[in-house]
Design a protein around this ligand. Structure first.
Ligand code: THU
Length: 160
Protein backbone atom coordinates (compact mmCIF):
# COMPACT_ATOMS: atom_id res chain seq x y z
CA UNK A 1 0.00 0.00 0.00
CA UNK A 2 1.25 3.48 -0.73
CA UNK A 3 -0.06 6.99 -0.71
CA UNK A 4 -0.72 8.35 -4.18
CA UNK A 5 -1.01 12.07 -4.80
CA UNK A 6 -2.59 13.46 -7.89
CA UNK A 7 -2.16 17.18 -8.46
CA UNK A 8 -4.54 19.49 -10.22
CA UNK A 9 -3.88 23.10 -10.90
CA UNK A 10 -6.05 26.18 -11.39
CA UNK A 11 -5.49 29.86 -11.99
CA UNK A 12 -7.38 32.33 -9.82
CA UNK A 13 -7.99 35.82 -11.14
CA UNK A 14 -9.05 38.49 -8.64
CA UNK A 15 -11.62 39.87 -11.04
CA UNK A 16 -12.68 39.86 -14.68
CA UNK A 17 -10.40 42.83 -15.36
CA UNK A 18 -7.35 40.56 -14.94
CA UNK A 19 -8.45 38.45 -17.89
CA UNK A 20 -7.67 39.02 -21.55
CA UNK A 21 -10.22 40.85 -23.66
CA UNK A 22 -11.31 37.68 -25.49
CA UNK A 23 -12.10 35.85 -22.23
CA UNK A 24 -13.89 38.90 -20.87
CA UNK A 25 -16.00 38.91 -24.03
CA UNK A 26 -16.74 35.18 -23.68
CA UNK A 27 -17.70 35.65 -20.02
CA UNK A 28 -19.95 38.54 -21.04
CA UNK A 29 -21.73 36.16 -23.44
CA UNK A 30 -22.21 33.74 -20.53
CA UNK A 31 -23.59 36.57 -18.39
CA UNK A 32 -25.95 37.62 -21.20
CA UNK A 33 -27.14 34.00 -21.48
CA UNK A 34 -28.23 34.16 -17.83
CA UNK A 35 -31.04 36.49 -18.87
CA UNK A 36 -32.78 33.77 -20.86
CA UNK A 37 -32.29 31.01 -18.27
CA UNK A 38 -35.53 29.37 -17.19
CA UNK A 39 -35.14 28.84 -13.45
CA UNK A 40 -38.53 29.47 -11.80
CA UNK A 41 -37.95 26.82 -9.12
CA UNK A 42 -34.40 27.35 -7.88
CA UNK A 43 -34.16 31.05 -8.79
CA UNK A 44 -30.52 30.20 -9.55
CA UNK A 45 -29.67 31.19 -13.10
CA UNK A 46 -26.65 29.90 -14.97
CA UNK A 47 -25.25 30.99 -18.31
CA UNK A 48 -22.55 29.29 -20.35
CA UNK A 49 -20.73 30.38 -23.49
CA UNK A 50 -18.55 28.07 -25.58
CA UNK A 51 -15.88 29.29 -27.96
CA UNK A 52 -15.27 26.99 -30.91
CA UNK A 53 -12.17 26.70 -33.07
CA UNK A 54 -14.11 28.26 -35.97
CA UNK A 55 -14.64 31.39 -33.87
CA UNK A 56 -18.34 30.76 -33.26
CA UNK A 57 -19.77 31.22 -29.78
CA UNK A 58 -22.54 28.87 -28.66
CA UNK A 59 -24.47 29.68 -25.51
CA UNK A 60 -26.64 27.72 -23.11
CA UNK A 61 -28.53 28.37 -19.91
CA UNK A 62 -30.29 26.24 -17.33
CA UNK A 63 -33.76 25.03 -18.23
CA UNK A 64 -35.79 23.82 -15.27
CA UNK A 65 -38.89 21.67 -15.22
CA UNK A 66 -41.81 21.15 -12.82
CA UNK A 67 -40.67 17.52 -12.79
CA UNK A 68 -37.34 18.60 -11.30
CA UNK A 69 -34.98 15.92 -12.72
CA UNK A 70 -36.21 16.71 -16.22
CA UNK A 71 -34.45 20.08 -16.12
CA UNK A 72 -30.97 20.64 -17.49
CA UNK A 73 -27.85 22.62 -16.54
CA UNK A 74 -26.52 25.49 -18.63
CA UNK A 75 -23.21 23.80 -19.43
CA UNK A 76 -24.83 20.72 -20.92
CA UNK A 77 -27.37 22.78 -22.86
CA UNK A 78 -24.39 24.70 -24.30
CA UNK A 79 -22.09 21.76 -25.04
CA UNK A 80 -24.83 19.65 -26.62
CA UNK A 81 -25.96 22.60 -28.70
CA UNK A 82 -22.36 23.12 -29.88
CA UNK A 83 -21.86 19.40 -30.56
CA UNK A 84 -25.13 19.11 -32.46
CA UNK A 85 -24.59 22.21 -34.58
CA UNK A 86 -20.83 21.88 -35.16
CA UNK A 87 -20.03 18.19 -34.59
CA UNK A 88 -16.50 18.28 -35.99
CA UNK A 89 -15.35 21.62 -34.64
CA UNK A 90 -13.00 21.67 -31.66
CA UNK A 91 -14.31 23.23 -28.45
CA UNK A 92 -11.67 25.63 -27.15
CA UNK A 93 -13.15 27.26 -24.05
CA UNK A 94 -16.25 27.49 -21.93
CA UNK A 95 -17.15 30.40 -19.66
CA UNK A 96 -19.75 29.94 -16.92
CA UNK A 97 -21.55 32.66 -14.97
CA UNK A 98 -24.33 32.54 -12.38
CA UNK A 99 -26.89 34.76 -10.70
CA UNK A 100 -29.19 33.99 -7.80
CA UNK A 101 -32.38 35.77 -6.86
CA UNK A 102 -31.77 34.75 -3.21
CA UNK A 103 -28.28 36.13 -2.60
CA UNK A 104 -25.35 37.77 -4.33
CA UNK A 105 -22.93 35.01 -5.30
CA UNK A 106 -19.43 36.39 -4.73
CA UNK A 107 -17.53 33.09 -5.09
CA UNK A 108 -16.78 31.18 -8.29
CA UNK A 109 -19.34 28.42 -8.93
CA UNK A 110 -17.81 25.31 -10.48
CA UNK A 111 -19.77 23.14 -12.91
CA UNK A 112 -21.57 20.20 -11.32
CA UNK A 113 -20.21 16.67 -11.63
CA UNK A 114 -22.55 15.63 -14.43
CA UNK A 115 -21.57 18.68 -16.49
CA UNK A 116 -17.88 17.96 -15.93
CA UNK A 117 -18.40 14.41 -17.17
CA UNK A 118 -20.34 15.64 -20.22
CA UNK A 119 -17.69 18.21 -21.10
CA UNK A 120 -14.92 15.64 -20.60
CA UNK A 121 -16.51 13.44 -23.28
CA UNK A 122 -15.79 16.08 -25.93
CA UNK A 123 -12.30 16.79 -24.62
CA UNK A 124 -11.47 13.08 -24.99
CA UNK A 125 -13.15 12.97 -28.41
CA UNK A 126 -11.24 15.95 -29.78
CA UNK A 127 -7.96 15.04 -28.04
CA UNK A 128 -7.50 18.67 -27.09
CA UNK A 129 -8.10 20.24 -23.70
CA UNK A 130 -11.05 22.54 -23.09
CA UNK A 131 -10.35 25.55 -20.90
CA UNK A 132 -13.02 26.21 -18.27
CA UNK A 133 -13.57 29.66 -16.74
CA UNK A 134 -16.10 30.07 -13.94
CA UNK A 135 -17.14 32.80 -11.57
CA UNK A 136 -19.97 34.00 -9.34
CA UNK A 137 -21.98 37.08 -10.06
CA UNK A 138 -19.03 39.21 -8.99
CA UNK A 139 -15.47 38.63 -7.79
CA UNK A 140 -12.88 36.03 -8.60
CA UNK A 141 -12.67 33.99 -11.77
CA UNK A 142 -11.15 30.50 -11.77
CA UNK A 143 -9.58 28.94 -14.83
CA UNK A 144 -9.00 25.21 -15.30
CA UNK A 145 -6.80 24.32 -18.27
CA UNK A 146 -8.55 21.02 -18.85
CA UNK A 147 -11.54 18.98 -17.72
CA UNK A 148 -8.97 16.55 -16.32
CA UNK A 149 -8.19 19.11 -13.61
CA UNK A 150 -11.85 19.25 -12.62
CA UNK A 151 -12.25 15.46 -12.79
CA UNK A 152 -8.90 13.97 -11.82
CA UNK A 153 -10.33 10.45 -11.80
CA UNK A 154 -12.61 10.16 -14.76
CA UNK A 155 -14.51 7.61 -16.72
CA UNK A 156 -14.08 7.62 -20.47
CA UNK A 157 -14.30 5.50 -23.60
CA UNK A 158 -10.95 3.82 -22.91
CA UNK A 159 -12.73 1.52 -20.43
CA UNK A 160 -15.38 0.39 -22.90
N1 THU B 1 -27.07 24.36 -12.54
C1 THU B 1 -26.41 24.57 -13.71
O1 THU B 1 -26.98 25.08 -14.68
N2 THU B 1 -25.11 24.22 -13.78
C2 THU B 1 -24.40 23.63 -12.76
O2 THU B 1 -23.26 23.27 -12.95
C3 THU B 1 -25.02 23.50 -11.45
C4 THU B 1 -26.47 23.78 -11.36
C5 THU B 1 -28.49 24.70 -12.47
C6 THU B 1 -29.40 23.52 -12.39
C7 THU B 1 -30.61 24.11 -11.71
O3 THU B 1 -31.45 24.70 -12.69
C8 THU B 1 -30.05 25.23 -10.84
O4 THU B 1 -28.74 25.47 -11.32
C9 THU B 1 -29.99 24.87 -9.37
O5 THU B 1 -29.35 23.66 -9.16
Amino acid sequence: MKEFKKQTSFTIFESLSELTIDIRALMQEAKNAINSAYAPYSHFQVGAAILLANGKIVIGNNQENAAYPSGMCAERVAVWSAASRYPDVVIKKIAIAVKSKNQEIDQPVAPCGACRQSLLEYEVKQKEPIEVFFMGEIGKVIKANSLKDLLPFSFDQSFL
